[in-house]
Design a protein around this ligand. Structure first.
Ligand code: FES
Length: 331
C-alpha cells in the first residue's frame, strides 16, 4: 500500500480524538532512493517499543496538511524501528509531497497501529509480482520466505533499469531470484508468460498498478481459490451514478439510519451521531470494517477476497453499500 494520485481524504478532529490507536513516531532517518522515492525510518517518539507487525502490514500516517495516507511497512521486523518508502505523486493532494519536501529528521508524526489486509499465507513456493513502489509490501514477505528456506521468484516491473528500489536487499536474499523488467531497457513484463508455467503449490502475491493487477486477476480466473493475493492501492468509487438510498439498522445502537443515494454508510452513520473509526475512506485500509448481520452487500472495497465478499459477513462502510433496500449492521 502506498501513496497514490487518488483522492487523499481529510481527517476530522472528531475522528482523531476518538481514536485510541494512535502512536507518536519520530523520524530518525530519511534517505532518497532513486529519483522519486524517499525511505523514512521511524521510532516511537517516547523511546518505547513499537507494536509487532507481520509482512504485508501497513500503517496510516496523519500528516500536518490534514491528510492521512497508508504506507506499507517495508523494513525488517523490529520492535524499535519501522521503515516506509514513499514515492512522490505529483498530482496527489499533498501526502507524498509533504513527506518528500517538508518532513525532517526529529519531526514527530501520528500514525495508527499496523493493520494487515495482505497476509502471507503458507505455500510450498511463492511467486511475487511487483510494479514500481508496489514492491514495498512484498519486500518483507520475500525476506520472510527466503529466510524460511522456501523457494521464491520475483518479477519486478519498473521504469528505469538504473533505479531498482531495494535492489541490493532483494538480490542478497537466498533461495530465490529477481527478474527485472525495465521500460527504458525495452524489457516488458508479460504476465501471461510469467504465470504460464505456474506449478502446483505456488501462491502468487502482487502489488502494482491497477492495469497489472486487473490483468493478473483475469489470468487467474481458472486457478485454485486462494492462489492469487493482491494488494490494491487505488481508491474505490464511493458513490456512483445510479446508486439508490437504503436503510441501515444499527443493532447495538438500536437505531435506523437512512443512507442517501449520494452519501456513504460511514457518513450517514456519523451524521446520526454514532462513532465509527475510519482512515482511508477509500476501501483500502480496513479500518471501518463492520460486521453484517443481514442484508445483501454491494462490496466496493479492495480488501475482502471474492470468497469473503460472497460470504457477506463483513463490509467496509466507507465505500460499500446495500444491494437492496435494507442492511442490518453490528454497530
Ligand atoms: S476507512 Fe479504510 S477501508 Fe474504510
Amino acid at each position: 500500500m502506498m501513496d497514490v494520485a487518488a483522492a487523499e481524504p481529510v481527517w476530522r478532529e472528531s475522528e482523531l480524538s476518538s481514536s485510541v490507536d494512535l502512536l507518536a513516531l519520530r523520524v530518525v532517518g530519511k534517505a532518497s532512493m532513486g529519483p522519486d522515492i524517499v525511505v523514512v525510518t521511524l521510532e516511537h517518539a517516547d523511546g518505547l517499543e513499537l507494536p509487532p507487525w507481520e509482512p504485508g502490514a501497513h500503517i496510516s500516517i496523519l500528516l500536518p496538511p490534514g491528510i492521512e495516507r497508508q504506507y506499507s511497512l517495508c523494513g525488517e521486523s523490529s520492535h524499535t524501528r519501522w521503515r516506509i518508502a514513499v514515492k512522490r505523486v505529483e498530482n496527489g493532494r499533498g501526502g507524498s509531497q509533504y513527506i518528500h519536501d517538508s518532513l525532517g529528521i526529529d519531526d514527530v508524526v501520528k500514525a495508527r497501529m499496523p493493520r494487515n489486509n495482505f497476509r502471507l499465507v503458507s505455500a510450498e513456493r511463492y511467486l511475487f509480482i511487483a510494479g514500481g513502489i508496489g514492491i514495498t509490501p512484498l519486500l518483507p514477505m520475500i525476506r520472510d520466505v527466503a529466510f524460511r528456506g522456501l523457494p521464491w521468484e520475483l518479477h519486478f516491473a519498473i521504469r528505469n533499469v538504473a533505479a531498482v528500489p531495494f535492489e541490493n536487499e532483494l538480490r542478497a536474499l537466498p533461495n530465490g531470484a529477481m527478474t527485472v523488467y525495465a521500460d527504458d531497457a525495452g524489457k516488458l513484463l508479460q504476465l501471461a508468460k510469467v504465470v504460464h508455467t505456474l506449478q502446483v503449490g505456488f501462491k502468487v502475491f502482487c502489488c502494482g498498478p491497477v492495469t497489472m493487477m486487473d490483468e493478473l486477476e483475469a489470468l487467474a480466473a481458472g486457478w485454485e481459490p486462494s492462489t492469487l493475493h493482491l494488494e490494491r492501492f487505488s481508491s474505490a468509487q464511493t458513490v456512483s451514478e445510479g446508486d439508490h438510498p437504503f436503510t441501515v439498522y444499527l443493532e447495538k445502537t438500536g437505531r435506523s439510519v437512512e443512507v442517501g443515494a449520494d452519501e456513504t454508510i460511514l457518513d450517514a452513520v456519523r451524521r446520526a451521531g454514532v462513532t465509527v473509526q475510519s482512515s482511508c475512506r477509500e476501501g483500502l485500509c480496513g479500518t471501518c470494517e463492520t460486521p453484517v448481520l443481514s442484508g445483501a452487500v454491494d462490496h466496493r472495497d479492495s480488501i475482502l477476497t471474492p470468497g469473503e465478499k460472497d460470504e457477506g459477513n463483513y463490509m467496509m462502510i466507507c465505500v460499500s453499500r446495500a444491494s437492496d433496500l435494507k442492511l442490518r449492521l453490528d454497530l
